[in-house]
Design a protein around this ligand. Structure first.
Ligand SMILES: CC(C)(COP(=O)(O)OP(=O)(O)OC[C@H]1O[C@@H](n2cnc3c(N)ncnc32)[C@H](O)[C@@H]1OP(=O)(O)O)[C@@H](O)C(=O)NCCC(=O)NCCS
Length: 186
């Protein structure tokens, strides 16, 4: 396994490789995992996922990148647990949109979601010098909201009926952490 890029208490984080595509595709095709993910609406294949991973690959120094994508695993295991990313990075206003999935539902509720959130906030604020990290979450994604609040995200507003899930419209919550607020918790 390539050396991890980041580590947190129980988890490692590294760039996805095209060879990871079958494992990741398996996770993202699970209806329980993709229900609350924007990518879950259309069919996709291992070949498509491998192409997307290749398109994400960047040389080690890159100016103006808008996306940083990582896969996550449990320390001591080579198997992937899920993925996370900072997206729509804006280097002028210093904000980004954060996303996460834990691809193995039997591992939900063990605190991994909030551990990933904390690690990515640390990376965003202490390494990338961002000032604001936001996310959008379906209002009925109770587990996700609990995990994000535990990591310090606060609710900023509601986008009413912004998502169509399982035959009905669902509100989207906007949540965010500011660096000044994050510093207070360190
Ligand atoms: C959302 C997600 C990342 C949370 O990860 P996680 O590892 O379960 O998060 P945590 O264990 O840190 O926290 C989850 C909390 O919700 C609770 N929980 C877990 N599943 C739940 C459910 N189905 N309903 C209600 N609460 C739930 C857990 O008990 C825990 O609460 P606690 O603080 O009282 O113990 C994970 O469930 C996931 O990947 N889901 C599918 C994809 C997804 O929804 N991604 C996020 C899109 S915004």
């Amino acid at each position: 396994m390539p050396a991890p890029f980041l580590e947190s208490e129980r988890l490692w984080y590294r760039c996805p490789e095209p060879a990871d595509a079958p494992e990741i595709t398996g996770y993202l095709l699970d209806p329980r995992v993709r229900r609350n993910l924007a990518i879950g609406r259309f069919p996709f294949s291992e070949a498509g996922e491998a192409k997307w991973i290749e398109a994400q690959a960047k040389p080690p120094l890159f100016d103006g990148a808008t996306d940083i994508t990582l896969c996550v695993g449990i320390r001591g295991e080579t198997r992937i647990l899920g993925g996370t990313g900072l997206h729509k990075i804006n280097w002028l206003h210093r904000h980004a949109q954060w996303g996460v999935y834990i691809g193995r539902p039997d591992q939900w509720g063990k605190g991994y979601g909030r551990e990933v959130a904390r690690a990515m906030l640390r990376y965003a604020f202490a390494t990338l010098n961002l000032n604001r990290v936001m996310l959008r979450v379906n209002a009925d994604n109770t587990g996700g909201i609990k995990a994000y609040e535990a990591a310090g995200f606060v609710r900023e507003g509601v986008l009413r009926q912004a998502m169509f899930v399982d035959g009905r419209y669902v509100d989207n919550l906007v949540m965010a952490v500011l660096r000044e607020q994050w510093r207070d918790t360190q």
